[in-house]
Ligand binder design. Sequence first.
Ligand code: ADP
Length: 323
Amino acid sequence: MGKRIGVLTSGGDAPGMNAAIRAVVRKAIHDGDEVFGIRYGYRGLAEGDIFQMAERDVSDLTARGGTMLYTARYPEFQDEEGRRLAIEQLKKHGIDSLVVIGGDGSYRGAASLAAEGIQTVGIPGTIDNDIPGTEYTIGFDTACNTALEAIDKIRDTATSHLRTFVIEVMGRNAGDIAVWTGIGSGAEQIIIPEAEFNMDEIVANIEEGQRRGKKHSIIILAEGVMEGHEFADKLYEYDDYHARVTVLGHVQRGGAPTARDRVLAAQFGFKAVELLHEGASGVCVGISGEKIISTDINEALQSKGHSHTSQVDLYNINSEISF
Ligand code: ADP
């Protein structure tokens, strides 16, 4: 007899979540399981917003950003009562296992359900690339490409006016989007939470660039360091520097996923269903060295995020090629 698998998306949305839902639904149905979509994350689970999904429910979904299952924050899930309601609904619908697509908060929810005997597997979905147990999360590549497109456009105007631009990108407490878009756009400076910054050096670099005939200076600032306007104020206080500020904001969360995110989502969704068939629970899928892997969620959460070493390596590369 096949399994009865629930699938939900939780926390912040990310492009490619839909492609992951599609992979879970199709792989499960292919293997003879029944699949149930749960709308609005853990809130919908507790409230019983649950419907059976057929293979055609996920047609034409891979190319769409956002999540067809919607997402929500539901702090009550940290309390026993919230989880009791959720488990009651799972029992009512005869759902024996759950695929949770989301960030580390969503993983904590999945781990606590696993501790209460519900079979769960997590899939890392967030643009911030800050989830443990994987080198890349679904949505990161798309967000970087969206940001790059915008930064390239800002560069055109920055060159025309010999201007300094501060561009604030997302990433929560991680500098991954900043590092990737900084290198990708040839930015003069990248400022990330994982590395100290020094205003003397920043201003010296801008001035050195001008002496070398640079037409503009682009500073990519990770939101985890501070807000773009705050940084521009500091530059002004430091040396009367007038920097223009662009906050890219939520455009980075939307749009059609890139090939990379669609494929990653398909691999993760496929692996999640395989893991459920193997009887795994309280685990999350990830990618490491181009291999799809799984890790115990609690172990992953204790490992303090994914390896930031590679981001710092990239950061160092940029400091040597951006003059
Ligand atoms: P993300 O999954 O993107 O990190 P959040 O941190 O907002 O986003 O978490 C998403 C949801 O996961 C929360 O709204 C809550 O329902 C659930 N959650 C978060 N932390 C916990 C926790 N410690 N225990 C149980 N559920 C949690």
